[in-house]
Design a binder for this molecule. Structure first.
Ligand SMILES: Nc1ncnc2c1ncn2[C@@H]1O[C@H](COP(=O)(O)OP(=O)(O)OP(=O)(O)O)[C@@H](O)[C@H]1O
Length: 280
């Protein structure tokens, strides 16, 4: 369904962010993209929806060669890709319902969207989606009155209102507590299964990736260095992706260590949870 071949990205600064990326994502597959900071994860996601222009290579979604599209055709192709962002990208002063309906903007004409007049079918579908993501009680609330988890649920409903074929998800849990992070990942996973939607999820938390994705792709310095089933992630493959680290160590926190544990980077916390018998 989505195929990247020979994709390179070199920024004008000279940074080579992606090197010869070969990737095929079938319909309905949830893929987690992991790798250290600066590995090229965001660049890859942004090349797919052309927020970043690849320097070379082909990106096909269905029958469309995305790298050749411009104008109306590019806007149409973008509608088939729902974006879910780390910082939610909601309009604070608008209500939950209005934020979700903005996912329909690509379909309605300028004046209708300016006057915020949406077709009844879009409003009905927005209600249905808000119910599905558990926000039916908050439809009239302003976006700035919501918790982080609720804001992300609005972002998910908005992305789905476009009826996308593919979800591009950029660090959906970065600002959320562990329980809410799991709920959001579970929701994305369930919605993909219900709708036969494929997803690329850029995520730092390896334990969450392992638990909720069908497939893991590891990037390092712009290259794919791991592509496999979540069960294949082990100390050796993690070292290939992230570099040397004692992945097996799961220190018992002593009283004196509590403060240190609280500052353990999320990546290592995830790996530690993972190595003690799967993500909790
Ligand atoms: N707009 C830009 N201009 C120049 N270089 C950039 C730009 N955006 C990213 N880069 C560089 O491209 C490389 C990949 O960055 P990218 O943000 O894609 O990595 P990432 O894996 O998403 O990192 P993180 O996990 O920290 O978000 C890095 O070397 C980065 O400095």
């Amino acid at each position: 369904m989505l195929t990247l071949s020979g994709v390179d990205k070199r920024y004008p600064t000279g940074d080579r962010a992606l090197s010869n990326i070969e990737l095929m994502l079938p319909k309905g597959q949830v893929m987690a993209l992991i790798g250290p900071s600066g590995a090229g994860k965001s660049t890859l996601i942004r090349c797919v929806n052309r927020l970043v222009e690849p320097t070379q290579g082909s990106i096909r979604l269905g029958d469309d060669e995305l790298t050749r599209l411009s104008g109306r055709k590019l806007r149409q192709a973008r509608r088939s890709m729902g974006m879910i962002f780390q910082e939610y990208a909601l309009v604070d002063r608008l209500t939950v319902m209005e934020n979700v309906l903005s996912g329909h903007l690509g379909y309605v004409g300028f004046w209708r969207s300016f006057l915020r007049r949406y077709p009844q079918a879009a409003v009905t579908e927005a209600f249905r989606l808000l119910e599905r993501v558990g926000l039916e009680h908050a439809i009239d609330k302003r976006a700035d009155a919501l918790s982080g988890g609720q804001r992300q649920r609005v972002g998910i409903a908005r992305a789905l209102l476009q009826s996308p074929q593919l979800l591009l998800v950029d660090e959906p849990t970065a600002s959320l507590d562990p329980k809410t992070s799991r709920q959001i990942m579970r929701l994305i996973r369930e919605l993909c299964a219900e709708r036969g939607l494929a997803a690329i999820i850029n995520i730092h938390d390896v334990a969450l990736a392992k638990q909720f994705a069908d497939r893991i792709v590891g990037l390092s310095a712009g290259e794919i260095v791991f592509d496999g089933h979540p069960d294949e992630l082990n100390p050796e493959t993690l070292t290939t992706i992230y570099g040397e680290e004692d992945w097996e160590t799961t220190p018992e926190p002593q009283d004196d260590d509590k403060e240190t544990a609280a500052h353990t980077p999320p990546l290592l916390q995830g790996v530690e949870r993972m190595t003690v018998g799967g993500a909790s």
